[in-house]
Design a protein around this ligand. Structure first.
Ligand SMILES: C[S@@+](CC[C@H](N)C(=O)[O-])C[C@H]1O[C@@H](n2cnc3c(N)ncnc32)[C@H](O)[C@@H]1O
Length: 259
């Protein structure tokens, strides 16, 4: 039996956290967690009387688990779960907290493998941009709706047109103890597809990986949310990186309650 080809994120996993802190940067997931945690805290307070269980949160495309580890540090009593398509990323996440956070391998391409529903859900750092067409976003959000309680909160980011135009152009090089990575990016304004060629050398891996992302307009995201039964509460440009433009949009939407 031939082993399946290693995916970009499986290849990146062992150096992902070091790359995210490269040159003194704060990892994106920590920036997102710092903005998300007070919102979820307010959400937990609001729903406290209606709940008999601890507040519960699911992070999709959770990667190496940094966001959930930050939520756990702030909220020891919440029920936390993460899902990601990459087993390699999840192995790094599990090493951070195998005991109090549930980790599941799965893709946003099929019904999500959770038996209980969650009070809130997040999807960060371009995970939605990884989906290749609007219908795939609508389908994915439908799967999310099925594991949220009615009235539950969904929070996510997408890289917007400004972000793709400014950030996805040219070559960047990174490196650390025993590894080197170069990322060459371009954004095609005719197709709205962004492409990255990622060349990575680290112990056990020397390869070239391709990443494709899609730029979604606000009305495409709104239509997908509407089709999945969500009501938009916020869609605001967001600048997560210091001294950079608002190349992301921060979305919040609530699952409609049955009438
Ligand atoms: C840029 S990383 C972000 C990881 C993490 N959220 C963070 O902030 O560091 C994107 C993550 O989404 C995952 N991913 C991409 N497409 C996915 C899909 N269709 N379903 C589930 N996970 C997916 C990748 O494996 C990867 O871990």
């Amino acid at each position: 039996v031939t082993a399946p080809p290693i995916t970009l994120y499986d290849a990146l996993a062992p150096i992902y956290d070091e790359w995210q802190s490269w040159n003194g940067m704060t990892p994106f997931a920590r920036v997102a967690a710092a903005k998300l945690e007070p919102l979820l805290r307010r959400e937990a307070r609001r729903s406290a009387r209606a709940r008999t269980q601890p507040f519960s949160h699911l992070d999709l495309g959770c990667g190496t688990g940094t966001l959930l580890a930050a939520l756990r540090a702030a909220q020891p009593d919440w029920r936390l779960a993460g899902m990601d398509a990459s087993a390699g990323m999840l192995a790094v996440a599990r090493a951070k907290d195998a005991r109090s956070i549930g980790w599941t391998c799965g893709a946003l391409a099929a019904p999500l493998p959770f038996r209980r529903t969650f009070d809130s859900c997040s999807i960060f750092y371009d995970t939605i941009n990884h989906l290749d067409e609007p219908a795939a976003v609508a389908r994915a959000l439908g799967f999310v709706a099925a594991v949220l309680r009615p009235g539950g909160l969904l929070v996510f980011d997408v890289t917007n047109r400004l972000g793709f135009e400014r950030w996805w152009a040219g070559r960047a090089r990174f490196g650390g103890e025993g590894w080197a990575m170069s990322i060459e990016t371009c954004f095609d304004t005719d197709t709205d597809i962004a492409a990255a060629d990622v060349s990575l050398v680290r112990p056990g891996c020397d390869g070239l990986f391709k990443l494709r992302e899609r730029c979604y307009e606000g009305d495409e995201i709104r239509a997908a949310l509407d089709a999945a039964g969500f009501e938009v509460e916020r869609a605001r440009p967001w600048a997560p990186f210091p001294n950079r433009e608002p190349g992301k949009t921060w979305w919040m939407a609530r699952l409609a309650r049955p009438t």
